[in-house]
Design a protein around this ligand. Structure first.
Ligand SMILES: [Cu+2]
Length: 342
């Protein structure tokens, strides 16, 4: 197999040292290291879809966007709510498929296919029994759909009703059952439409609410930035090392709940490992009482879970994929556990 000189292994070598001790790189230094890759491989350029910006000034910061990984972490789209004549709740969402270049690591721009301009797409949230209306508009250059996981009629499954460029489709179904689901484009080849970024998380809350907690959404994924059928970067919520550069603040004793979804293409599994702690693992989130206690969970493509934990001691704790290669290619972050306020 012909490999681009700027292969996954090159990225790995370039990116080595990202994790661990004082070797944590700033975004700028990571970008500088990637620039070495550009010099090694002058053929890489916009015509191949990947742009390596050559100066910090030209670089688009994820912080400048309407959506970014810090905001994404706690943003849940509950839709436009309307009370139905039968007393039920209708939630209406709008999702627009659009082609967009997004920054996935400092200075690395990826030509994504997006739902609402960001990868991952918006985290849709509702309660079991809600009537959902999802207005899908295709403003992208190719045909797309939205396929939801969960229980719904066949004609709402987003497989056969292909939505062409300029077209639209309204998906309507009742949220059932409660749990953590996902949605993604199902146009063939699905692998292509998913790797390009057309997916998001879909939370259906139980009518019996889970206990109050600091709630976070984490969609773990990868980006094939040189189009060789392998991921060069692995991220949580779309940007490599974001939560390593910007640790997530929590407090000792505070209950943290993560809705964790694996949308990594190409690699069969991804994983989540938490340092200095154990967590309660609720597989697929479809049960509020049965869980296992572990510190690592492995997720197949499309698999997801709800995890809960609280920290006993203050300090900086790492979380990352336990495939260490993924961690070194961007899938790593920190919880900054602050002392509890007395
Ligand atoms: Cu598609």
């Amino acid at each position: 197999m012909n490999k681009s000189p700027l292969s996954r292994r090159n990225f790995l070598n370039i990116g080595m040292g990202i994790i661990g001790g004082s070797a944590l790189l700033s975004g700028k230094s990571l970008a500088q290291k990637h620039k070495k890759g550009v010099i090694l491989n002058p053929g890489m350029g916009h015509q191949n879809g990947t742009t390596m910006h050559n100066s910090a000034k030209q670089s688009v910061s994820y912080k400048d966007g309407e959506m970014n990984p810090m905001k994404y972490l706690t943003t849940f789209d509950y839709g436009k709510v309307r009370r139905l004549p039968n007393g039920g709740i209708q939630r209406e969402y709008t999702i627009i498929a659009q082609d967009k270049e997004i920054e996935v690591a400092p200075g690395v721009i990826y030509p994504a296919w997006t739902y609402n301009g960001y990868v991952p797409g918006p985290t849709l949230r509702c309660t079991e029994g809600d009537r959902l209306k999802i207005n899908f508009i295709n403003a992208a250059h190719m045909a797309h759909t939205i396929h939801f996981h969960g229980i719904h009629p066949a004609n709402m499954d987003g497989v056969f009703e292909i939505v062409p460029t300029g077209g639209s489709f309204t998906y309507e179904f009742t949220a059932d059952p409660f749990g953590l689901f996902l949605y993604h484009c199902h146009v063939m080849p699905v692998k292509k439409h998913v790797e390009k970024g057309l997916y998001g998380a879909f939370i259906v809350d139980s009518r019996t609410p889970r206990p109050p907690a600091k709630e976070l959404i984490m969609v773990i994924n990868g980006f094939d930035t040189d189009f060789d059928g392998e991921n060069e970067f692995y991220t949580v919520n779309g940007f490599a090392n974001c939560y390593a550069e910007n640790p997530i603040n929590i407090k000792v004793g505070e209950l943290v709940r993560i809705y964790l979804v694996n949308m990594t293409e190409f690699d069969f599994v991804n994983s989540f490992h938490l340092h200095g702690n154990m967590f309660r693992l609720y597989r697929t989130g479809t049960n509020l009482s049965e869980y296992e206690i572990t510190d690592t969970v492995m997720l197949c493509q499309g698999e997801r879970c709800v995890i809960e934990f609280s920290y006993k001691y203050p300090g900086m704790y790492m979380f990352h994929a336990h495939q260490n290669e993924f961690a070194e290619l961007g899938w790593m972050g920190f919880f900054n556990v602050l002392p509890a306020v007395s």
